[in-house]
Design a protein around this ligand. Structure first.
Ligand SMILES: Cc1cc2nc3c(=O)[nH]c(=O)nc-3n(C[C@H](O)[C@H](O)[C@H](O)COP(=O)(O)O)c2cc1C
Ligand code: SF4
Length: 408
């Protein structure tokens, strides 16, 4: 609906109402609103945004930063891109509100290099916001200053991990930092930093303009508000569907997505990107909710769903998960750096039919080491797709006995 290059058009559609209310409320009341809304980070971990902002607000420092994570590396996801290309002022307004709340005067949006149109749209909107007095000194006539710039990544999945992203922003190789210290205390250039996903910042203007309750009225349990869910892979109606938490996986894939594009039966869906679990049809009653997915050893991550029909070979998918981790590993810790390569080798042995049950036990053991011994979620969550494939699609890994064996 909105002309993404026009500040006037954004304002005509209610843009900057949230910031105007935020300026009248002041930092403490903004923190209350964000906390009461129940907003949780949309980048994957689902951490409460209000708590993150409060930690940075309370930190004492001469400078603080706001960083927007627009690396969007998960397979099948494109919600960040759609927002940046279609409604870039929304992200700017969210980041500016964060800056005013925590006392940060500078922000960066880190966009993956594969998104040239988003980079262009964000740069154009930043210029227009500056011209309109919404970035720079005395924002909207207030005493607050905030400005921001775009930084372009260089194509590493691990640079979406927040500490690795900060390393990259500082001009170094994207190596994961150990936590603590948290970025909220010791972030960009060692200063307290709010780092949030594009969708998290994009939710802020609505929360401030309409009030926390209006946002929290959507959703279920501890998953409040709406989520732009991205349907991809072998699906008839792929695309972005913003809906309240609570809709089931089956409703999303069958009713909204219309089943597979090939017309064959849906066999597996991977939810939450390359580190997400594979769910079979038997789990299609799972509601889209952080806790419900965790209870079934899955995650909703950034809201990406990739659909596979019955021609999928889950051994290959499990191998792919380990291979992806081996390629994208930053190399800092052993379970991920070495474990993923050993994982590829062991799954290949299973595919070749070599000592299948022994090697399956070895893969499960290796997954436990990666899960509990990795420094970040790249190595720590790679076991999710592997173990879910083993658990729900066991028949692909253990060949059915031949007629002769069965007779014996
Ligand atoms: C390997 C890896 C890749 C990640 N990639 C992204 C990403 O592309 N975008 C994102 O917002 N968060 C990503 N995250 C999560 C971030 O580390 C961090 O939790 C997030 O930026 C915090 O923002 P939020 O609280 O708004 O979700 C990734 C995490 C890991 C471990
Ligand atoms: S788990 Fe992998 S990506 Fe994360 S710190 Fe260890 S080696 Fe790096």
């Amino acid at each position: 609906m909105i002309d993404p290059r026009s500040l006037d058009d954004y304002r005509a559609h209610g843009g900057y109402k949230g910031l105007e209310r935020a300026l009248s409320l002041g930092p403490d009341a903004i923190l209350d609103e964000v906390t009461t809304s129940g907003l949780r980070g949309r980048g994957g971990a689902g951490f409460p945004t209000g708590i993150k902002w409060k930690t940075v607000a309370q930190a004492k420092a001469d400078r603080k930063f706001i960083v927007c994570n627009a690396d969007e590396g998960d397979s099948g996801t494109f919600a960040d891109r759609m927002i940046m290309e279609g409604d870039p002022f929304l992200v700017i307004e969210g980041m500016t509100t964060a800056g005013i709340t925590v006392g940060a005067t500078k922000g960066y949006i880190y966009i993956r290099s594969e998104y040239p149109h988003a980079v262009e749209a964000m740069n154009a909107a930043i210029k227009a916001a500056r011209r309109g007095g919404y970035l720079g000194d005395r924002i909207g006539g207030s005493t607050h200053s905030f400005d921001m710039d775009v930084r372009v990544g260089a194509g590493a999945y691990v640079c979406g991990e927040e500490t690795s992203l900060l390393e990259s922003l500082e001009g170094r190789r994207g190596l994961v930092r150990a936590k603590p210290p948290l970025p909220a205390h010791h972030g960009l250039f060692g200063k307290p930093t709010v780092i949030n996903n594009v969708l998290s910042f994009a939710a802020i203007p609505f929360i401030l303009a309409e009030g926390a309750k209006a946002y929290a009225d959507f959703g279920m349990g501890r998953s409040r508000g709406t989520m732009p869910i991205q349907l991809a892979g072998n699906i008839r109606h792929g695309g972005l569907f913003e809906t309240a938490f609570g809709v089931t996986l089956g409703e999303l894939v069958d009713d909204i997505g219309g089943g597979t594009f090939t017309g064959r039966p849906v066999r597996a869906v991977q939810v939450g990107g390359p580190l997400g679990a594979y769910f079979p049809r038997a789990l299609f009653d799972t509601p889209f909710d952080y806790e419900a997915f965790a209870a079934r050893d899955g995650l909703i991550g950034h809201g990406g769903i990739v659909v596979f029909d019955d021609s999928v070979d889950m051994r290959k998918q499990a191998r792919f998960a380990m291979e992806f981790c081996a390629i994208e590993s930053c190399g800092k810790c052993t379970p991920c750096r070495i474990g993923s390569t050993r994982g590829v080798e062991t799954i290949e042995k299973i595919i070749r039919g070599e000592r299948v049950s022994e090697n399956l036990a070895l893969v499960e053991d290796l997954c436990n080491t990666m899960k509990f011994g990795s420094l970040c979620a790249l190595g720590g969550f790679t076991p999710y797709p592997v173990l879910s494939a083993l658990k729900h699609f066991r028949e692909d890994f253990v060949p059915a006995p031949t007629t002769l064996q069965a007779a014996e």
